[in-house]
Each structure stands twice: as C-alpha cells, then as structure tokens.
Design a protein around this ligand. Sequence first.
Ligand SMILES: [Fe+2]
Ligand SMILES: [Fe+2]
Length: 170
Amino acid sequence: MNPKVEKALNEQIHAEFFSFYLYLSVSAYFTAIHLEGFAHWMRIQAQEESGHAMKLFDFLNERGGTVKLLPIDAPTREWASPSAAVETVLNHERAISERINKLVDLATSENDHATTVMLHWYVSEQVEEEATADTLFHQVKMVESNPHGLLMIDRELAARPAPVAATQGE
Ligand SMILES: [Fe+2]
Ligand SMILES: [Fe+2]
C-alpha cells in the first residue's frame, strides 16, 4: 500500500477514536448535569465513532496496509453550559470534515482509487454529522434560558436508537 496514504489512514483511525473519546466525555458531562437524553445520544454517537474507526481499520488490513494505533489524548471534561458542549462537538465535526477532504485530496493525487472510493462514504457521513450537530447546537441555544425547552430536547434525544451491528458507523 502507498505509504503516504497508509500513514494518513492510520492518522484518521486515531482521529475517529479521539471522536469516540470526545463524545464519551460529553456524555459523562450531560449525565453529571442530569440531562440523561443528551447523555444517551452522545453515548450512541461515541459508538458510531468507534464504527468509523473500525471501518478504516478493516480497510487498511484488507489492502495489506499496517494498522498503527496511536495514543489518544484526554478530551475536555467540563463545559460552561449544554450549548458550549454541543458547540465543541460541532467544531470537532467541522474539523473532521476538513481532515476527510484532505484525505480524499491525498488519495486522489496518489492515484489510490480504492481509497478514494472508500472515503466517499466518509464525505457523505460528514455532511450528516455536521448538519445534525449544527441543528442541535442552534436548538439548544434557542431554549437554553428555558429549562422546559431543554427538557423537551432531552426527551427527544433519549429516543435515539443504538446503531445495529451491520450498519454500525452509518
Ligand atoms: Fe466520525
Ligand atoms: Fe452519523
């Protein structure tokens, strides 16, 4: 496998596992402030992120690349408000989208078509991730001064189903 692409894919596995860590940390924050629906939603999203990492892990193995797992930094643990926590998630997803776009650029310039095609799934996934985080951020911002509104969103978020094994990461 092309060593530049292999290195970049390993770095993306790392970034997805950091996302897993970040969402878990946000989930713990929401549990601590008794917004269990938010906590549940973030925990499910963490599961999805480990799915994103594993999809790349499997791809590297399939292509004869070497998986090199990197150390994961501790994520932020505390936020000033629910909207601040969701804003962290939104900014993080924007940064992940930029990483994915750069990965596509690299795979394309290295003529690694298999990687380019595989990455298209991530390009679409990031459209969804950014849109979801953006909506949630704006809705939380809207109701933040009104506990009633916050509890309504909390109840909605509590209904998010767990990803099914076969479609994990989607
Ligand atoms: Fe992801
Ligand atoms: Fe998703």
